[in-house]
Design a protein around this ligand. Structure first.
Ligand SMILES: [Zn+2]
Ligand SMILES: [Zn+2]
Length: 234
């Protein structure tokens, strides 16, 4: 049994993230997790309005985006917890920070630091979901829509998504998980679940695997196999 967090935010990537990597490592050790996928918000507003301003350099924003991920790797290794890279992305075509829909956030699994450095700007600039999906297929990444029935979200095109987050356990948001699960069943997409951790006490969600993923790509293989369980309640 391998308990994996699939949806987590840290303090230096967006206003909503409240906790330092060292504290997160302790929280997750205490809660019995074996691994964490770090999925900080990846959109132009948070990248250039928060990450870049904090670190004072717009030119290294992609590597600055990964600072907390690398720090989490160090802190979590003290407890034997694996750390994988992921994104909670909103390219320009679906970001909340514009005047018209679509609005949504797409979790990305299977992305590596090298891939992000190379394609980070392309992700922001993809014209539509179809372009994003083609890129993900080429790169061996999975696109999973996060909490699709939250009030702020509009429905994206499910032809260009691999999966649906059917159990988002954020304690202060109604994610209408039952609707997401029903839709995922109907469409036959890959189901995931995660805490949407932003602060102390936010942990509790995720998926239970039969073995440890070796790396980001192996995690994709496990998700594709669907041989795991989604934690549906904290
Ligand atoms: Zn957030
Ligand atoms: Zn989130």
């Amino acid at each position: 049994m391998y308990k994996l967090e699939t949806h987590l935010h840290t303090i230096h990537n967006s206003h909503c993230g409240k906790r330092e990597p060292a504290d997160i490592a302790r929280d997750y050790a205490k809660a019995g997790y074996d691994g964490i996928v770090v999925t900080n918000h990846f959109n132009r507003t948070d990248l250039f309005g928060y990450v870049a301003q904090q670190f004072g350099d717009r030119h290294n924003v992609m590597s600055d985006y990964m600072r907390d991920y690398y720090e989490l790797k160090v802190e979590c290794s003290k407890f034997g917890i694996d750390v994988f890279l992921g994104l909670e992305s909103a390219p320009d075509f679906c970001t909340y920070y514009k005047y018209a829909p679509p609005y949504g956030e797409i979790l990305v699994y299977g992305i590596t630091p090298q891939t992000l450095l190379r394609y980070g700007y392309d992700i922001l600039n993809f014209a539509d979901q179809e372009e994003y999906y083609e890129w993900a297929e080429e790169q061996g990444c999975l696109l999973v829509v996060a909490h699709p029935f939250r009030k702020i979200c509009t429905q994206l095109d499910y032809r260009y998504l691999h999966g649906i987050e059917i159990a988002n356990l954020h304690p202060h948001q109604n994610s209408y998980n039952e609707r997401a699960e029903r839709l995922c069943d109907e469409l036959g997409l890959i189901p995931t679940g995660g805490s949407d951790y932003h602060e102390k006490g936010g942990e509790g969600g995720g998926i239970i695997l039969k073995r440890a993923p070796a790396d980001e790509k192996d995690l994709v293989a496990i998700l594709r196999s669907r041989d795991y369980e989604v934690i549906k309640h904290r």
